[in-house]
Design a protein around this ligand. Structure first.
Ligand code: NDP
Ligand code: 8X3
Length: 250
């Protein structure tokens, strides 16, 4: 049966690949992000290729009023699966050299943004006594590494929020899963390195990183399990990566 899937950060990387995969499998998609042209072009692509409904909603997850008004605008007030994916790293410096602006961006997006969207969607799931929240954490939420400091802290917060959500939503039959990927080649490093494309490419040289499609297929798999099963927490890396600290580069 077709489900309604709400995906944050669908203009790129994991979110875009996830939207395409769910649409390909006949699910109704709500795609969100700040870049309107990209949302519109993805919506067009989905409509052309698949016979499913797609609704683009353009907002910044950091702006709670914008989040609330976008979610209030949903025609059916119904979401089966929320993929809390929007997020970023900004800067890669020792903490003593960190920029306040980078820190605020990461904290406001990765922690507060995820909370804003969840707060607006949880009541819809509670009304339905059913739903699935899939939070995108990171290996950076399991271990810290040099220069990772505040990004790692935000993903540790996602880890804690995911565990808390699972406990607090238990009585409502709502599943909460966290996926913690290691390195995957998307626009992530370009954003982290403030647009330095050449340096960003080097993050993925000498080994085969994961792709956005790999993570999308895991999100899809987790959401397709029988009703009685919930993958609570899943850490995934490419074969060349052991954890945040060890990558086998040739
Ligand atoms: P991308 O940079 O390719 O995609 C990030 C997405 O997040 C974009 O669609 C972007 O949309 C959206 N986004 C960022 N800030 C905001 C905001 N303030 N409001 C709304 N949307 C926002 O990176 P990935 O696909 O790799 O990252 C997706 C998630 O996965 C992030 O949470 C990231 O931390 C996490 N992750 C990534 C890993 C990797 O190695 N790539 C590994 C582990 C976790 P727009 O700019 O249009 O708003
Ligand atoms: C993204 C993966 O290794 O850059 O969360 O922290 S890493």
């Amino acid at each position: 049966m077709a489900k309604t899937v709400f995906i944050t950060g669908a203009t790129s990387g994991f979110g875009k690949a996830t939207a395409l995969l769910f649409a390909q499998n006949g699910h109704d998609i709500i795609i969100t992000g700040r870049r309107k042209e990209r949302l519109e072009s993805l919506a067009k692509e989905i409509k052309t290729k698949y016979s499913t409904s797609v609704l683009p909603l353009c907002f910044d997850v950091r702006n709670n009023d914008a989040v609330v008004s976008a979610i209030h605008s949903l025609p059916n007030k119904h979401v089966d699966i929320l993929v809390n994916n929007a997020g970023l790293a900004s800067g890669l410096n020792k903490i003593q050299n960190g920029s306040l602006d980078d820190w605020e961006k990461m904290i406001d997006t990765n922690i507060k943004g995820l909370l804003h969207v969840s707060k607006a969607i949880m009541p819809l799931m509670i009304d339905n006594q059913k739903g699935h929240i899939i939070n995108i954490g990171s290996t950076a939420g399991k271990e810290v590494y040099q220069n990772g400091n505040v990004y790692c802290a935000t993903k540790h917060a996602v880890d804690a929020i995911s565990k808390s959500m699972r406990i607090d939503l238990l009585e409502h039959g709502i599943k909460v899963s966290q996926i913690c990927p290691g390195a995957a080649e998307t626009e992530f490093s370009e954003v982290r390195l403030h647009g330095d494309v050449e340096k960003a490419k080097k993050v993925y040289t000498g080994y085969e990183p994961m792709s956005a499609g790999d993570i999308a297929s895991i999100i899809y798999y987790i959401s397709s399990l029988p009703e009685n099963l919930c993958i609570n927490d899943l850490v995934v890396t490419s074969l060349a990566q052991a954890n945040s600290l060890y990558i086998n580069r040739k």
